[in-house]
Design a protein around this ligand. Structure first.
Ligand code: GDP
Ligand code: MG
Length: 440
């Protein structure tokens, strides 16, 4: 996608403000990108129209192309729509606090119930009771019991022949008597929305008055997201969304669709089959995934503010090609100094999140960067292009040349090695995949 999009966007001429035709051209590609990411069509239409209006007439930041500018505006609008508010579970009610899990069959309700129970127990020391109201699928109640055992939380004993509403009542009763903080009610799903299911869930909801009604949805749901979300929200009043199988190939368009339709926050993401595969929601991550463009874009954008456009583009190209020698590292060090905020910059570079942490731990400051620069500058050009040539005697000469200890020369070489490995890895893994692994 990025390359196709890039080609179209490059055709846009550079001007002071975004013209209507610039924006229209760019938005045609954005529209396709969103549909490819499985954002539901009505949501795409609304989003594109809204962003178009916002974008036209906006000033193009100096040394950024109109295309990049549109991408940035779209990216920001995506984050805005996905929501950036605090999205923890609301447990502010008299215990036992009921959490109702709803959604289609196979969406991940039972698994997510156990994941949430485990998290509340481990992170917040809550006493949690799990209860399965799924009396339709054989072994569904047993499935929850098994997961509860794995999570080491209690599960309501199974009583044969009881109806879902009766089980819900028993769960609340048991939770009250047992001094539980939270009771999680795992409901049955159907392959498609049907009236019987909705009535039943609505009845359970009326009886238990849950503090949270979480709509669990597979990230792969695609165009059905709109109907499912609307239906559940209208019938039982969803308070939050959990998107599961985010570890799969889905581009995450469902997140945008469901959020847009319900106006409810996405509270959690399911990231594996295992019980520890539950994460908080980060709009920027999902926005990146939906748009299919790496943080390389923001890197180029930010770099473009202080460095000339050409240098930044050359660097991004080289990075994407997996090439990275000591000369590139030198250019980066120099750009970092120009920009000042090098920690922020490193954070934006795919694959360098880890390194950012190391740097924070090593307490690297501007002086250190100056030293690193001096070390690379006292190498010969050939050495910079072929770091493997630098053996012990050369290291001593380089160290003497810049007045830094040999250990520091080694450190620079090692750091370069790490960066080069990341670049190579990025190339091998290819665009989006590499980006996702770098981000997670
Ligand atoms: P339910 O019918 O809504 O209760 O769905 P289940 O909880 O039984 O999940 C259906 C299948 O999806 C099971 O095989 C789960 O292991 C799997 N699953 C659930 N959540 C995730 C997730 O976040 N990632 C992955 N990879 N699999 C998941
Ligand atoms: Mg289930």
């Amino acid at each position: 996608l990025s390359s196709r999009l890039g080609a179209t966007l490059d055709k846009l001429k550079k001007r002071g403000a975004l013209s209507e035709s610039d924006v229209n051209t760019a938005m045609r590609e954005i529209r396709v990108a969103l549909l490819e990411a499985d954002v539901a069509l009505p949501v795409v239409k609304e989003f594109v129209a809204r962003v178009k209006e916002q974008a036209i007439g906006q000033d193009v930041v100096k040394s950024v192309t109109p295309g990049q500018m549109v991408v940035k505006i779209v990216h920001d609008a995506l984050i805005d729509t996905l929501g950036t508010e605090e999205t923890g579970l609301n447990l502010a009610a008299t215990p036992p606090v009921p959490i109702l899990m709803v959604g289609l069959q196979g969406s991940g309700k039972t698994t997510t119930s156990a994941k949430i129970a485990r998290k509340l127990k481990n992170d917040q020391k809550k006493k949690v009771l799990l209860a399965s109201l799924d009396v339709y699928r054989p072994a569904a109640q047993h499935q929850l019991q098994v997961l509860a055992d794995q999570a080491e939380v209690d599960c309501l004993p199974i009583v044969k022949g009881q109806k879902p509403v009766a089980i819900a009542g028993r769960a609340l009763e048991e939770a009250r008597k047992g001094g539980y903080d939270v009771v999680i009610l795992d409901t049955a799903g159907r392959l498609h929305i049907d009236q019987e299911l909705m009535d039943e869930v609505a009845e359970v909801s009326a009886l238990t008055e849950p503090a949270e009604t979480l709509l669990v949805s597979d990230a792969m749901i695609g165009q059905d997201a709109v109907n499912t979300a609307r239906e559940f929200n209208e019938k039982v009043g969803v308070t939050g969304i959990v998107l599961t199988r985010v570890d799969g190939d889905a581009r995450g368009g469902a997140a945008l669709s469901m959020r847009a339709v319900t106006g409810r926050p996405i509270k959690l993401l399911g990231t594996s089959e295992k019980l520890d595969g539950l994460e908080g929601f980060h709009a920027d991550r999902i926005a990146n995934r939906i748009l299919g463009m790496g943080d390389v874009v923001s890197l180029v954008e930010k770099a473009a503010q202080t460095v000339d456009q050409d240098a930044a583009e050359r660097m991004a190209k080289k990075m994407m090609a997996g090439k990275f020698d000591l000369e590139d590292m030198l250019v980066q060090l120099q750009q970092i100094q120009k920009m000042g905020d090098f920690k922020g910059l490193l954070g934006m570079m795919p694959g360098l999140a880890k390194m950012k942490k190391q740097i924070a731990e090593a307490n690297i400051d501007d002086r250190m960067i100056k030293h690193q620069e001096a070390i690379i500058l006292s190498m010969t050009r050939q050495e910079r292009r072929h770091p493997e040539l630098i053996k012990a005697s050369r290291k001593r000469r380089i160290a003497a040349g810049c007045g830094r200890p040999v250990q520091e020369v080694n450190k620079v070489l090692k750091q370069h090695q790490q960066m080069a490995t990341v670049m190579k890895h990025m190339k091998k893994a290819g665009g989006r995949k590499a980006l996702m692994s770098a981000l997670t």
